[in-house]
Design a protein around this ligand. Sequence first.
Ligand code: ADP
Ligand code: ZN
Ligand code: ZN
Length: 720
Amino acid sequence: MTHATETVRVAIPRPLHALFDYSVPDALAGPVVGARVIVPFGRQRLTAICVGQNPTDVHPRLKPISAVLDSENAFGNELYELALWLAEYYHHPLGEVLGTILPVAARREAKFIIHHPETWQRTEKPADITRAPKQQALIDYIEAEGGVLEAAQLRAAGFTRTIIRAVAGKGLIVATEPAPALEQLATTQPVLNSEQTQVVAALIQHLDGFAPSLLDGITGSGKTEIYLRLIERVRAQGRQVLVLVPEIALTPQTVARFRDRFGVAEVLHSNLTDNQRLQTWLKCKRGDIGILIGTRSAILTPFANLGLIVVDEEHDSSFKQTDGLRYSARDVAVKRAQNLNIPLLLGSATPSLESLLNAHNGRYRHLKLTKRAGGAELPSFHLLDIRGHRLTDGLSAPLQQIIGKHLKAGSQVLVFLNRRGYAPSYLCPQCGWRATCPLCDMPMTLHKTPAALICHHCARREFPPSVCTACGKPSPIAIGIGTQRAAEGLSLLFPDMPLYRIDRDTTRSQRRMEEQFMAIRQGHPAILVGTQMLAKGHHFPNVTLVAVLNADGGFCSADFRAPERIAQLIIQVAGRAGRAERPGEVWIQTYQPENPLLLSLITQGYESFAFSELASRKRAGLPPYRPMAMLRAESRDTALPMAFLSDIRSALSGEFEVLGPAPAPIQRINDRNRFQLLMLADDRRMLHRGLHRLQEKIASEKPLPTNLRYSLDVDPYDTF
Ligand code: ADP
Ligand code: ZN
Ligand code: ZN
């Protein structure tokens, strides 16, 4: 008798483009596509994924697979199809795509089992145990509590394991699965204002079918309230909802709002253990979880019955993965909603140029909220020309006065600058020596308490020398301002004010960060100093002044997305001001008060800025008008990457415009020399055709030198 499946083709969760064939021994049932299998691979045993049955033209002598872990597609058909699309769109090995999707715990040789807490249910059988009063008491207790109870609760009530087992032995109770936690809608909801009412009405017209919408609403306009109303509708249909957010750790408030409204909402973020992740994955797959809130990777969760995807702060860079499978969770969300034929809601006060263009072209519905919910006003913007001013720890005299005025009025003040540490450089005033990272050729940032020179690119740490390393003269000096220095200066100026510094150095502990945010929300007059961590979605009702210490850097950067990014950052951080009764002000210190981008942003607003930026992208033939991909090569060796990229370039023609090879803007990081090729095509089809050719060329180069690494990034977010 012959097997139905004699051979299988599998993908290995490694960065290998090749697929591998194995035979299926008689003793095993042939795996279906998408099932996990254990295979011998070199000297290892690996968990691989079956991607084809009985492939044609296989090698006559194949090694057998060792085990089959799943009787069905482990991903579910829909997610598996998405994986195939990801592999094609990002030109990434299928094995690594599937490996990225699978939770780490599922790569070990484990069966998919949902772990429930031990739970007991009263059966129909009449209890005749009056001679066992303890057992009778247990029956009475379970019945009084509704017939189903967790063992933990029984034990807390004083029933030992022995009693539980005895009652179960008589068939009076049986082990069961707990009912999933019930969602319960909060009884009070704010009354929607007229703009919100219109937006909700427009959205609920399209709950069936692919309907992408951009919710373009200013900071504090009540976008979250819109998500909640829409989710309520979709949950009423019994369908699941996925909400993607940039960073859960930074904004526990958001999750709290979902839980307040619905009673339950599961969260998927990076602090979970491997097993917790797998459990959430499996429960979503089975349909047990109604609302899942998660960061980037949550877009790769299987669902039984997904009915809506929401992407909050859709412009945020954290939705783009920057290593391995370099996917954009926002873009994948669009594809997935399309495959599933469900609505998609992208929300932001500062939409990405990609999404704005899609809205402008009519591919997305463009829904706007132009007023703050609950009546608060948007803050007023002011530029502070600091040419010729003497700055004390980054603060000009007029800014110091403005800060003092707000504090005196009993408000909170937020001082923003996007650089942590004490000072971005440490140099010798005698000879000009500057502390530089030997592995990155970049200036090292001076930190205080504890004193250190830290490279922000490779994290190398040195003790700051008290004499110049080059000329031996004493006292190198700190140049420029980081958050530590601004905080130090502010606490000298306002010694009695509480001061909270929020940056990656002060928020390493989640608990400490939450304590700080909680203290800030108490609303007492205080100074908040921090990086972009302060810009993200926080609601601090008592902040009336936002001061931006230096806006210029971002507008002069080499990266084509830099103006978009700095504009989003300024608008987002400004959006923290005046969110309650008292109006807010934003003051921006600048050496370039005539910078047209900055002027258009603050006088005409984000949308106007965005459209003029779109116009210049169009003239330059850049995304979102033309799709882009970046091939990067890096090596300890200085010549290899350049030679490799030049060789690849020679094989490319026609499909796209190729820029480079050129050194990356940061040419050396961690002793790796980085070079890149940028490719721009007139449309997606051409880009894909060109990238296929590029990959064939790379494949023909094999074997590549072992000290050369390369990566392909489709739709790169930044080109550093
Ligand atoms: P966004 O997400 O657009 O920044 P939020 O949804 O966080 O805005 O809303 C800002 C504040 O306004 C929140 O405190 C929210 O509870 C409140 N809010 C939202 N909608 C209303 C409404 N219709 N009436 C009163 N307050 C509202
Ligand atoms: Zn010197
Ligand atoms: Zn370094």
